[in-house]
Design a protein around this ligand. Sequence first.
Ligand code: CMC
Length: 409
Amino acid sequence: MATPATSDRTHGQSTGEPAKAAPPVCEFRPGLEGVPATQSAISFVDGKNGILEYRGMAIEELAAHSTFLETTFLLIWGCLPTHEELAEFEHDIRYHRRIKFRIRDMMKCFPDSGHPMDALQASAAALGLFYSRRALPNPAYIRQAAIRLLAKIPTMVAAFQSVRKGNDPIQPRDDLGYAANFLYMLNEKEPDPLAARVFDTCLILHAEHTINASTFSAMVTASTMTDPYAVVASAVGTLAGPLHGGANEEVIDMLEAIGSVENVEPYIDRCIAEKQKIMGFGHRVYKVKDPRATVLQSLAEQLFDKLGRDRYYDLALEVERVVSDRLGHKGIYPNVDFYSGLVYRRLGIPTDLFTPVFAIARVSGWLAHWREQLATNRIFRPTQIYTGEHHVPYESIEQRQSKASFDTF
Ligand code: CMC
């Protein structure tokens, strides 16, 4: 007969050695909520006061004065680069933007209807086939791998966009900056300088955010000392979910479904009554408006002034007003994903590339955590509380009666 699990069963024989002190018993926190899993000097969030800092610098200041590559250098190597360091970093990234024809050909075998995040995850993992993992603890290898990933991820995102339309990928242009080159590869047209600057700022805003789900995923993978391409591929898979990076696409779907400003109140009230999450709102850490949403909203307005207003902007403002009115007391306000979609639409980025664009930016945060972790690595190996049975006898197939349930979790 089966017996229920007890919390501290010992299956091993005594070895006669003095017993090691048992680790302290920890309270079970689903999703590890509030449990510190690492020490990090990369970024800081104060969710009550809406503060986000990278290496101690306010996100608003970086958004106003820095560039994505300069911010990336800051995140990975801990300080702003000098003139020479930045020039060399930018040069190396330009030099490595191209991708192998085998990766382009591999993408041609992907289904056109496949999601670009799945294509990106597969392509990021495929990079590991080309670049050796043996030199992992070597700082030169770490720099080289970071450069390759930062350089090639945007090319791979743009390449899949071309390939799924039946076209050959557009080659990167060395005379264009990081953001402008990506927009060029996407639209085969040099972007307006304001559009390039706004896109670069969006990348800064999405570059890093402490130990969120995809960063944790990256760190767990990295802790096994696997190669950085596997680290990034696992993080891309985690970012893809609608509770994480995938929400920015769903915001646009929601605005489309609402359709007009008059429909906002009934739509939101119905969602609340049916306990449906409103996409682009709420955050595990921020209980006020996400500071990145504030900067993104101002970027959206700058773009709309120059290139024309997005037809969903007034609707989005009304959604923010109604949700804040109904759910503000629970600390539910716009997060980074709420306005980013409207900015990307104005930049000509298709909706299903919003999350890959998030990944282009977040590669810098994942790499910063990867490098930080290598210095004091310990493999992630949490524990579990077993809730199953013991001593279950094996039944022959003739004796069994169906107990499997396929319509519940
Ligand atoms: N719409 C309506 N109610 C919400 C929402 C929302 N977007 N978010 C949280 N709530 C409510 C929730 O129903 C619950 O209410 P109650 O206590 O009455 O049952 C309460 O707030 C706490 O919700 P929770 O799901 O336990 O909170 P969480 O900290 O786990 O949620 C979140 C964080 C981001 C998963 C959640 O807010 C959410 O699902 N938001 C919508 C998806 C989204 O916009 N995701 C992007 C997150 S920001 C970018 C990123 O991290 O990648």
